[in-house]
Design a protein around this ligand. Structure first.
Ligand SMILES: [Zn+2]
Length: 303
């Protein structure tokens, strides 16, 4: 019944609902206050990627199907360019979303941290990122024993893949302003299409309310129309180039009865997401002195 109503509400075009095989699953609420229904788990490793921390070590591996798919696809895209080292993936969300340590957001399955690709500063060989490594304006690592260099080429390749992924709408890629400059300078120098560079210029942004993100990209994808009906809030701009499937305005307005029929009942006490500590007990047990999170930057307060 709910599916029929939903299809009707969206103009009778159920095929226009990306990721809507299960209307009950997906992202709920805001990235900073919401939760996750029936999320997918990103494996600890796969073609071209590797989790920074296993789940048992407090890593957060759950997201919407789309977000998990995006990580897999973008990692493969960079790997196809002949890169032997994996993309290091930081936190997604907890099993059911909700409040997690280390982050303001990451609560409703649409945020993921992707560590920067790096090269050995001496040999110039690609290296597996040892963790959250900060980079300065010249692209040199800060505070690590083995000096590294920001790999602008591969990091641009990653951004390209994210922005061109047809299955998600990437609305934000948070990173420090000087990291953005390194990436876009490379793109312009190497003749990347101007339309793509212009999009990247809009989507890549330094957050104003948390650490500047000089040690990882924080990627956020849009809600689907089906999720919006169920209360998902994007937490970023819906860019004009995103496929119309992602636009807010492609649904026939719902009358109150139809809307109520579609609303999930929110369990008592869950009005602002699962109670503290319930969503990710393992994350809460993570040791703050873990070397992967020991650099004095955005590690403890990602967006
Ligand atoms: Zn993050």
């Amino acid at each position: 019944m709910a599916s029929l109503l939903l299809a009707h509400a969206l103009g009778g075009c159920a095929h226009l609902l990306p990721g809507a095989a299960s209307p009950e699953g997906g992202s709920r609420g805001k990235p900073s206050t919401g939760w996750l229904a029936h999320g997918s788990r990103l494996p600890d490793r796969g073609p071209g990627f590797e989790a920074l921390r296993t789940e048992t070590a407090g890593g957060l591996h759950f997201g919407t199907d789309r977000l998990v798919g995006m990580v897999r696809r973008s990692a493969r895209a960079v790997m196809r360019d002949g890169v032997a080292v994996p993309l290091k993936v930081g936190d997604l969300s907890g099993l059911r979303g909700g409040l997690v340590t280390r982050h303001h957001s990451h609560r409703n399955g649409r945020d993921v941290d992707l560590l920067y690709f790096a090269r050995d500063a001496v040999t110039d060989r690609p290296v597996v990122s040892p963790g959250f490594v900060r980079f300065n304006r010249a692209g040199a690592s800060i505070g690590v024993a083995t000096p590294l260099r920001f790999d602008a080429a591969r990091n641009w390749r990653l951004v390209e893949a994210l922005l061109q992924d047809p299955h998600v709408g990437v609305i934000r890629v948070f990173c420090a302003a000087w990291i953005k400059a390194l990436v876009l300078d490379h793109a312009r120098r190497t003749g990347a299409p101007s339309w793509l560079v212009e999009r990247a210029d809009l989507v890549l942004v330094q957050p104003g309310d948390s650490a500047p993100h000089d040690d990882h990209f924080h990627v956020r994808v849009a809600c689907t129309p089906a999720e919006r009906v169920l209360g998902c809030q994007d937490g970023g701009p819906l860019w004009p180039w995103l496929d119309k499937d992602w636009e807010k305005g492609d649904a026939t307005p719902l009358d109150d009865d139809a809307l109520l029929a579609l609303m999930e009942p929110i369990p008592p006490g869950y009005e602002h997401g699962p109670p503290v500590g319930e969503s990710s007990p393992r994350a809460a047990a993570a040791k703050p002195e873990d070397p992967a999170y020991s650099t004095p930057s955005s590690a403890l307060v990602c967006r």
